[in-house]
Design a protein around this ligand. Structure first.
Ligand code: SF4
Length: 494
């Protein structure tokens, strides 16, 4: 008996890898498969639609004060999540979906972009030291990014980018791509930051508190030490003679601070180690670390020098507190002007609790950043630079998975978007390596025609075969990609 002929492999042309895929198998990225000789995109197309029984957009933590009517009535927005990619780029985008919005013919060009130039910016709300600026961030021993400038109460990481994806070893590119993919899809990624004896383990997950050296962070500081002095003096005056708010960046001292001067707090003869900036504000009182106020100290007395004997007095009351109110201690000077630890009076403990109450929860934010300034634009129009100009002119609105994207000024279409605003599992990858991210361009049909768009490939939204689509509820935090207020012509027309 003759063997059945071997089923033919088909070629996926959705990215430069150009996999040959046997029947029943998927390609290298697991996004496409051969189903009986037909190339199919495995993840369902995602459509945003208001109504009942829809998959929550944001997963856990979804807002429950939203009435689900941002996309009016039964209007649907076809996102690029699961839409597929076209390659090479001159081919029209997978979906060019038109519909009327408030009497205006609108069109959305929908594609999953292959982003070789992409990365994530991570904001970690914590005072704790996670690494010095420019320290290397590693995953599985491979460099995937670095620590960048700290922001107010937060540490920042810049991860990914074309240098790590393509400029290092093959493993570096693969590990970087995998870490970016997991971060963008809201999974936890464990990183090692720094070198030698200065390595911190940090677990980052979008929307979750960071875990630093095995300890889950809970609070973001209320402000720097100086700001804290300025915010809460009324809690202290009359109950204590001096207050020190310990902070890795700016430690505050009530009696020397302008706040204390205006509230008639007399000098106490306190001395602080570190570099004095302005009265009552000190830099570099200790090394950065995971102790009090993001310093490396566990005993706050380490930052004090001897009290001035001609100013200080026996019985002087001193309160020391961290910028999150999580650590605090109370002292009284003995006859030798040495601080002696005492039980914390209830009203001072209450002031620390008030500081803590005013701290926001510590959370990791992950923003995807990618450049659609190159070839991706050709899937939208035969004259790509016109799309860029149209975006800059606020004639074209850019969204990622339906979530409003910030478009950087200057050349190209470089976008940044909060992954928590996007539907779950919005991201994929191809092994070139590069991330696959959804991107949609929405504009008037007349503007689309004017910029040389692929109008012959337009389809009414209702004619798009979306039987197997995943339908998700609108996310009120993500903006409405169909809101005519997004466009300059609406703003001028009123
Ligand atoms: S890696 Fe994925 S998208 Fe690229 S050719 Fe293979 S199956 Fe297609």
């Amino acid at each position: 008996m003759k063997d059945d002929p071997k089923p033919e492999k088909i070629r996926c042309d959705a990215c430069p890898v150009m996999c040959y895929i046997a029947d029943g198998k998927s390609g290298a990225c697991d996004r496409y498969a051969n189903h009986g000789g037909e190339l199919v995109r495995l993840d369902p197309l995602t459509i945003i639609q208001s109504g009942q029984d829809l998959v929550p957009f944001m997963g856990e933590g979804a807002s429950d004060d939203w009435d689900g009517d941002i996309l009016k009535g039964t209007r649907q927005f076809v996102t690029a999540v699961g839409a597929g990619t076209t390659y090479p780029d001159y081919k029209p985008a997978p979906f060019i979906a038109s519909q009327q919005v408030e009497g205006v013919d609108m069109v959305t060009v929908v594609t999953e972009g292959i982003f070789s130039y992409c990365g994530v910016k991570v904001k970690i709300d914590t005072d704790r030291h996670i690494g010095h600026e420019r320290d290397v961030v590693r995953v599985e021993g491979e460099p995937i990014g670095h620590v960048m400038t700290s922001e107010y109460g937060s540490k920042m990481l810049s991860l990914g980018g074309v240098e790590h994806l393509t400029g290092g070893s093959k493993k570096e590119g693969r590990v970087t791509c995998d870490a970016l993919l997991r971060l963008c899809n809201r999974e936890a990624v464990t990183m090692a930051i720094g070198d030698g004896d200065h390595v911190r383990d940090v677990v980052v997950q979008a929307g979750q508190p960071p875990i630093i050296n095995g300890v889950t962070e809970s609070l973001m500081r209320v402000g720097c030490g100086s700001a804290t002095i300025g915010m809460f003096p009324k809690q202290w005056i009359g109950h204590v003679d001096d207050v020190v708010v310990v902070d890795d960046h700016i430690t505050g001292v009530l009696s020397e601070h302008e706040t204390g001067k205006q509230l008639d707090v007399p000098p106490t003869g306190i001395r602080i180690k570190g570099r004095r900036s302005t009265p009552g504000r000190y830099f570099q009182v200790a090394e950065p670390g995971t102790g009090w106020g993001g310093t490396d100290i566990e005993d706050p007395l380490e930052i004090l020098g001897p009290f001035k004997p001609n100013v200080a007095w026996e019985g002087l009351r001193l309160f020391m507190v961290s910028t999150t109110g999580e650590q605090f201690a109370y002292y009284e000077l003995d006859a030798a002007l040495i601080p002696q630890k005492k039980e914390v009076p209830a009203n001072l403990a209450a002031s620390a609790a008030l500081i803590a109450e005013n701290c926001e929860p510590s959370v990791c934010s992950v923003l995807f950043m990618g450049g659609a300034g190159g070839s991706l634009r050709a899937g939208v129009t035969e004259n790509p630079v016109r799309l860029t100009k149209s975006v800059k002119d606020a004639l074209t609105h850019v969204s990622c998975g339906g979530a409003e994207a910030y478009v950087w000024p200057g050349g190209g279409i470089t976008v940044m978007v909060d992954v928590l605003d996007m539907p779950t599992n919005s991201f994929g990858y191809v092994p070139t390596p590069a991330l696959v991210a959804p991107i949609e361009f929405t504009l008037r049909v007349s503007d689309y025609a004017a910029l040389g768009g692929h109008v012959d490939h337009m389809k009414q939204v209702s004619d798009i075969n979306a039987e197997a689509a995943r339908r998700v509820a609108p996310n009120p935090k993500a903006g409405d990609p169909m809101d005519l207020g997004n466009y300059r012509w609406k703003a001028t027309r009123g």
